[in-house]
Write a protein that binds this ligand. Structure first.
Ligand SMILES: Nc1ncnc2c1ncn2[C@@H]1O[C@H](COP(=O)(O)OP(=O)(O)OP(=O)(O)O)[C@@H](O)[C@H]1O
Length: 755
């Protein structure tokens, strides 16, 4: 009996997963052993490794979704109450639909020719390896026959054949795995770019975050896509392998002893049914594990990002408690997962070890009766194991399959949400989303959404007509029935008590919030902006879909000369040059000497697609001299030597003070030269002298601006003031704003030099 086990071990020495990555939770035995004597079976390693590896290196993740939002986002798997601990399972039909929806696009994409060619290559190599396995099955039989016969000459000959077979066969197995993994990487790269483009399209990332539609999109893009492509490919190959094995080895097995075949079918079907019964809770537990670990990691990232604030507050204890609480949730779920795995393991281990003796036990009577030779016993064990491991895929890989199902579920949910080209969020607008934004050209004969002619009045930059603004999903009324016209070089100051809706008005102007009614009309600054479209309209629109997408992108806002400067400027990852060029000129990473490698995009779909469409052509990119000059204009020239020039990378949000970041934001503004800028308390961290200086610069540059601010010093740079008072929801129909010219007295009082 000992001898019978030998060939299995020999061949499993090249088993598909001799060294699986270290996992934070115990690796199920089924992944650490090969039940089959065959050479590399691709599925096991690929299924187990990416899904499990992820646990060790999860990236930053988003906060958990609200229950309602999670339920809304996922038709197949509504979010758990409170988005937390339990979750209803996804049915098999939804899972199959999601698998197809996620997997199919690549094979019909612009990369399909390469993809299909490589897939054919991988299939061919897989077939070759199966052929080689069959050859080894016969070699093994003759080898052990020679051994049993004590025929030394024959034994030496068979040994040499065996070694020769290894020399020829092994490269095929290695190449098959390499080709499969290369294709998987290519597929993942395409999927990553495909998902990222949809994630950023139509500001979907903002809607997902601000409405808490799903948890951890970053983890889905990074980890889940990687696991999905690796596993899906390996799974397909395993199925192919199984079919070919079945054909190849069934003949052998049937030829040896037909009842052995019947034993095999009964054994594998029974085993599968029991595994499914014992392991059915694993899919959901895996899903929740992904989420909980992502939540924990997100908490850690938030501590890193807000280290200074937490340290100032002395909030370590709170943070520690919060993080431990998140870890505890992950731990509890993992404990349940381990119990479910353990129960399954009791069964799978027994199942696995019985295979070692079962075929020998069935054919042994024939050997004793002298009907078959000893080598045939080995051959039957080998053939039995081959077929059984294909039939028993679910038994051996239940844990991996359940982890894969969780991945399919998470990606499918994400894909459903992104829809075609990131459009699924648009049709689900609430009925209260009635604020229309349109862009008019200064030139005649521009068609509006309803087909009528639209033409700008000269000098007008912005019109707001009958605007009533609500918080998202119709919470509170913020501004009622607001009307305004802003002319070129008009400067509006928005004031009012905290929480009255000043920033929200800017959000509405930027198209981020559309809850309410009314029209916001921008007048484009030159004839290049011959686009008119409608955002947020409840009326059927004649605009072709591309028009709407175009408008919904912040790019069009910028192309139409509208710029936004928040109180805490966003500092991009990268060099000082990139800070200054953001967001008007984006494709300039190659200028940085440290980024040379990035300039050679190995795959065409990984290069950024220029969305330039002739609408609002960008101004020419500023030279290094201009960048230096603008830094001096905003009085930041001194940072250049401190950070070794334009092209060194730093964490700018940490190394610059808030006031310096605000000045940098004004430098961006002066470079972009927009027609209209929305400034949300953008000088709040600056001293009066610097504030005066910066406002004088943008005024001199001929930029029209709308500022939100509390300081009286701001009056002298604005000729109009809008006062918003807190809206009383009960009397929401009453006008709660007042627009008037800035009076001389305020200007005098606002002067920093006033006594
Ligand atoms: N995402 C959101 N969903 C629902 N309500 C929100 C959301 N964001 C802000 N609000 C609410 O909208 C109201 C107006 O907020 P906004 O930020 O416009 O105030 P503000 O006037 O700019 O205040 P401050 O001067 O304090 O910055 C506030 O009551 C705020 O709580």
């Amino acid at each position: 009996m000992h001898l019978l086990v030998v060939p299995t071990c020999c061949l499993s020495s090249t088993s598909p997963h001799p060294q699986l990555p270290k996992l934070p939770r115990p690796l199920p035995r089924s992944l650490g052993h090969s039940a089959s004597p065959r050479f590399g079976v691709p599925f096991r390693r690929a299924v187990a490794a990416p899904a499990m590896r992820r646990r060790g290196r999860r990236r930053a993740a988003a906060p958990p979704p609200t229950a309602a939002a999670a339920g809304e986002a996922s038709s197949g798997s509504p979010g758990p109450p409170g988005g937390e601990d339990k979750r209803a399972g996804t049915d098999l039909k939804t899972l199959a639909r999601r698998f197809w929806k996620v997997a199919a696009p690549y094979w019909w994409s612009e990369d399909k020719a390469q993809a299909r060619l490589q897939l054919a290559g991988v299939f061919a190599l897989t077939l070759a390896t199966t052929g080689i396995s069959v050859g080894f099955n016969f070699l093994g039989r003759d080898f052990y026959n020679a051994l049993a016969d004590k025929d030394q000459e024959q034994f030496t000959k068979q040994l040499l054949y065996y070694l020769g077979g290894f020399a020829v066969g092994v490269p095929f197995f290695v190449l098959r795995d390499y080709a499969r993994e290369t294709l998987s990487l290519r597929w993942r790269s395409w999927m990553t770019s495909y998902y990222m483009k949809r994630y950023f399209k139509n500001r979907t990332f903002y809607k997902i975050q601000s409405q808490s539609l799903i948890d951890n999109p970053d983890q889905r893009i990074n980890d889940d896509l990687s696991a999905f492509t690796g596993t899906a490919l390996a799974f397909s190959l395993t199925l192919l392998n199984a079919v070919v094995d079945l054909v190849s080895f069934s003949n052998i097995l049937y030829g040896i002893y037909p009842p052995l075949f019947v034993v095999l079918i009964v054994y594998s079907l029974g085993g599968t049914a029991i595994s499914v019964f014992l392991g059915k809770s694993l899919v959901n537990l895996n899903f929740m594990q992904e989420k909980k670990e992502a939540d924990f990691r997100y908490g850690l990232v938030r501590v890193r990002e807000n280290a200074e604030s937490i340290a100032f507050y002395g909030g370590e204890e709170n943070e520690l408690q919060l993080l431990l609480d998140r870890f505890r949730r992950a731990y509890q779920n993992l404990s349940e997962l381990l119990i479910a795995s353990r129960n399954l393991e009791f069964f799978t281990n027994g199942y696995r070890y019985l295979i070692q003796i079962l075929p020998a036990a069935v054919v042994a009577p024939m050997f004793f009766a002298g009907k078959i030779e000893f080598g045939v016993i080995n051959q039957s064990v080998s053939a039995f194991n081959h077929i059984l491991s294909d039939f028993s895929l679910i038994v051996f890989q239940f844990q991996s399959i359940s982890a894969f199902s969780a991945v399919i579920d998470r990606l499918g949910e994400f894909d459903d949400l992104l829809g075609e080209n990131g459009s699924s969020l648009s049709p689900r607008r609430d009925s209260i989303d009635g604020i229309n934004i349109s862009f008019k050209s200064g030139s005649p004969s521009v068609l509006s959404s309803n087909g009528s002619q639209m033409q700008s009045e000269p000098g007008i930059v912005l019109e707001i007509c009958d605007l009533t603004l609500l918080t998202p999903r119709g919470g509170n009324i913020l501004i009622t029935d607001f009307n305004m016209e802003l002319k070129d070089k008009d400067h509006l100051l928005v004031m009012g008590p905290s929480g009255c809706g000043k920033t929200s008005l800017l959000r509405a102007l930027a198209g981020l919030w559309t809850s309410g009614t009314g029209d916001i009309i921008y007048h484009a600054r030159d004839s290049r902006q011959l686009q008119t479209a409608t955002l947020g309209s409840n009326e059927p629109s004649n605009i072709k879909p591309e028009g709407e997408e175009l408008l919904q992108s912040s790019k069009q806002r910028r192309d139409n000369g509208i710029f936004f400067v928040p109180q805490r400027p966003y500092m991009v990852l990268g060099t000082l040059r990139q800070q200054l060029l953001y967001p008007t000129w984006t494709a300039n990473i190659h200028q940085s000497p440290t980024n040379d490698a990035q300039s050679k995009a190995p795959l065409s779909f990984l290069s950024e697609v220029s969305t330039s469409d002739g609408v609002g052509a960008k101004p020419e990119m500023p030279s290094t001299d201009e960048l230096i000059r603008v830094l001096e204009v905003v009085r930041l020239g001194y940072i250049l030597p401190r950070f070794n020039g334009m092209d060194s990378v730093h964490d700018w949000a940490s190394v610059l003070s808030l006031g310096e970041q605000q000045r940098l934001a004004f430098a961006r503004l002066l470079l972009a030269k927009p027609t209209l800028v929305l400034l949300d308390e953008s000088t709040s961290a600056l001293d009066d002298t610097n504030e005066v200086h910066l406002y004088s610069q943008i005024e001199a540059a001929g930029i029209t601006y709308i500022s939100v601010g509390h300081r009286k010093t701001l009056h002298r740079f604005h000729n109009k003031v809008l006062y918003i008072s807190k809206s009383d929801s009960a009397t929401g129909s009453l006008r709660n704003w007042e627009l008037k010219p800035t009076d001389q007295k305020s200007i005098e009082e606002s002067s920093p030099f006033a006594s």
